[in-house]
Ligand binder design. Structure first.
Ligand SMILES: Nc1ncnc2c1ncn2[C@@H]1O[C@H](COP(=O)(O)OP(=O)(O)O)[C@@H](O)[C@H]1O
Ligand SMILES: [Mg+2]
Length: 326
């Protein structure tokens, strides 16, 4: 018995000559949200599909809830829920019918499927729209319905593949709070994302994947430490630069970083307070910056710092072309 609910050992998955996963290992304990962070084409969906038993690994092995995904996919499926990157709901059924159908696929009795459907639709705030055909739903509503369907069978482990990509900010916050509720209720979640802020907000631990390889692992703070955390960044008129450098030095306790190409100055920020402190002192000195802001590290910063290159979008054609050129 393993105490890891997900345990991936050196998994390789190839498609022709594309190595979508190139020896991925990761493991984590039950009860947390694990965030798999990476750009388009990194291999996130492929890993989710391997864990959800929709794809066999070319080599290597993986267990979910202690069960080997290749040896006993049927048993694995009873433990998991999956919400895909593209909402997999039937547009001609109503929201309620979609969720009930998935409940039945999980072998819930008719009665239990109906009961759970009401519960999850309530929770996900789709009760009012439950009897409308899904084709009338917005993108955010479809995504929420897909999440509802993934939860209906009370899975031990939930795989969420880019749950908020391409949806409006309002629905994004709703989905975040739903995910937090789920994990508070004891579900373990593996979610993929292209956004560091999303992984930061939700995940206890984060793995960074690039071109099928795990390039970093840690807590959000550990990853941000690699890139130096948030900064206060500002641009001022050339003749204010000396005075502003003094102000920044007094706040940060160290010399500000200056970008020679544009004169932009920055200091590390522990929180928004650093920004307020700088703004207060500029105000006192009657200096108005051209631009000032708190800049948080992004996935691009993480990539740049770990790999020395920016996070490239490795969509199919581009990736195939790049690989066949080797
Ligand atoms: N069914 C498939 N056939 C061929 N290539 C695939 C297939 N699925 C994924 N790939 C390739 O594998 C790589 C990883 O894809 P994917 O796992 O979808 O990445 P991500 O989800 O991180 O965007 C990409 O280069 C993609 O083109
Ligand atoms: Mg994907």
């Amino acid at each position: 018995m393993t105490k890891n609910i997900v345990d991936v050992n050196n998994v390789v998955r190839t498609f022709g000559d594309v190595k979508a996963l190139d020896g991925v290992s990761l493991r984590f304990e039950p009860g947390i949200i694990y965030g798999l962070l990476g750009p388009n084409g990194a291999g996130k969906t492929t890993l989710i599909r391997v864990l959800a038993t929709l794809l066999k690994p070319t080599s290597g092995s993986a267990t979910v809830a202690g069960i080997d995904v290749a040896a006993d996919p049927v048993a694995v499926r009873t433990k998991i829920g999956l919400a895909g990157q593209f909402a997999a709901v039937d547009a001609y059924l109503t929201g309620r019918e979609n969720v009930e159908m998935v409940g039945r696929l999980y072998n819930l009795s008719k009665h239990e499927a109906k009961r759970r459907t009401e519960e999850v639709l309530e929770r996900i705030d789709l009760i009012d729209a439950a009897d409308r055909q899904v084709k009338t739903y917005s993108g955010g509503m479809r995504r929420r319905l897909d999440l509802a369907a993934s939860m209906v069978g009370r899975p031990e482990v939930l795989f969420l593949d880019e749950p908020t990509t391409g949806i409006d900010p309002r629905s994004r916050l709703d989905i975040w709070s739903l995910i937090e509720d789920l994990v508070a209720g004891g579900t373990t979640i593996l979610l993929t994302t292209q956004y560091l802020d999303e992984a930061d907000q939700l995940a206890a631990r984060i793995g960074v994947i690039d071109r099928g390889i795990m390039i970093a692992e840690g807590t959000a703070d550990e990853l941000k430490d690699m890139v130096g955390g948030s900064v206060v960044q500002l641009t001022v008129r050339a003749d204010d630069r000396g005075a502003v450098a003094d102000i920044l030095r007094s706040v940060a306790g160290d010399d500000p970083k200056v970008d020679d190409s544009n004169g932009r100055m920055s200091i590390p920020a522990t929180s928004a307070r650093t920004l307020l402190a700088v703004a207060g002192k500029l105000e006192e000195a009657a200096i108005t910056p051209d631009d000032i802001g708190l800049r948080k590290p992004t996935l691009d910063d993480v990539f740049l710092s770990i790999t020395g290159h920016v996070a490239e979008n490795t969509e199919p054609e581009k990736k195939r072309a790049a690989r066949s050129g080797r």
